[in-house]
Ligand binder design. Structure first.
Ligand SMILES: Nc1ncnc2c1ncn2[C@@H]1O[C@H](COP(=O)(O)OP(=O)(O)OP(=O)(O)O)[C@@H](O)[C@H]1O
Length: 299
């Protein structure tokens, strides 16, 4: 168990994350922390970007920063910690709709169990992504098919029907799927093509739909997994590719799959990205860097 005398804990709660039932019982979580000797300051988020501000405002004298929310809240807290420039440990009690990153870290979505993981005090380090100059991400930067639904699905729908809301919103995208011409450079290779989807990820699960093999992904190896999917020419190509993706077999001629530390994307025309499920405006060129072991997390 961690040395509780030293444990000044900032607890950030997104009160609107996840489904209506069950909502995070943050009072119970606070009681648990306090009963184990933690000195807790709790703050609720009130708007987008607030979690980052709260970390920067209240995080200076804390050694643990815990958040409850979904991938969006976690992303904002990580962005705050990266800017804080102080050695703090992150704790996460998932209460979002998809909680992709929590699944990769094997964190329980049962509130008390996740709180106990934090109280037990075992840490591991994980890589963090940097998209461009200042946009951090915990598990994914993606573009193309279905990524719009990750940030455009209304919160009210997510609250009522959970992850299915993303899937339904994504289906609206199908008639509009069109390829983007992209050139992708790593220190070792160049990939170029008309891609309908691309993802730079540090996760076992991409949008809760596409799964990567646990043996292939290490969240702290300084490398991203990168998947680029080309536009299939015929319905037969499309169905073969879908079968390959479902089998986690990425050798199909329409799929480029590789690992890299840093990767630069060159786009003919800008298109929006999704960063940990939140909207990011398009650019003509972006470098995505893996910041190795950048965050210490209780997991
Ligand atoms: N009080 C608030 N009112 C409205 N929006 C908020 C509030 N607090 C935080 N937000 C924003 O809500 C958005 C969604 O939060 P989050 O991603 O944590 O939950 P979720 O969407 O339910 O879960 P997931 O991303 O795992 O599906 C984020 O962009 C966050 O900044």
């Amino acid at each position: 168990m961690a040395d509780q005398k030293k444990n000044k804990l900032l607890y950030i709660v997104n009160p609107i994350a996840g489904r209506i039932f069950p909502k995070i019982n943050f009072k119970r979580v606070i009681e648990l922390f306090q009963s184990h000797g933690f000195d807790v300051t709790m703050k609720k988020t009130a708007y987008k970007g607030h979690a980052t501000e709260l970390v920067l405002k209240y995080g200076h004298d804390k050694n643990i920063i815990v958040c409850s929310g979904g991938d969006g809240t976690l992303n904002e807290v990580i962005s705050g910690i990266m800017r804080l420039g102080k050695d703090v440990t992150l704790g996460y009690i998932p209460s979002g709709t998809t909680n992709d990153f929590a699944c990769s870290l094997n964190l329980s979505d049962r509130m008390e169990k996740a709180a106990m993981t934090i109280i037990k005090g075992q840490t591991k380090t994980v890589d963090i992504g940097l998209f461009g100059e200042k946009r951090y991400f915990s598990y994914i930067a993606s573009f193309g098919a279905f990524t719009g639904s990750s940030y455009s699905t209304p919160q009210s729908h997510k609250n009522i029907i959970g992850h299915l809301a993303y899937v339904l919103e994504g289906m609206k995208d199908i008639p509009n799927i069109r390829p983007h011409h992209v050139r992708v450079e790593t220190s070792e290779a160049v990939y170029e093509g008309d891609y309908i989807f691309g993802a730079v990820s540090n996760s076992l699960s991409i949008g809760g739909i596409l799964k990567l093999d646990a043996n292939c992904v290490n969240l702290n190896d300084g490398m991203f997994e990168i998947i680029l999917i080309k536009n299939p020419k015929t319905p037969i190509d499309l169905s073969r590719m879908i079968i390959s993706l479902k089998k986690k077999d990425f050798k199909d001629k329409y799929i480029d799959f590789f690992k890299a530390t840093d990767v630069t994307f060159y786009m003919d025309e800008p298109f929006p990205w999704s960063i940990d499920g939140e909207y990011e405006a398009g650019v003509n060129k972006v470098k995505i860097q893996n910041l190795h072991s950048a965050i210490k997390i209780l997991a």
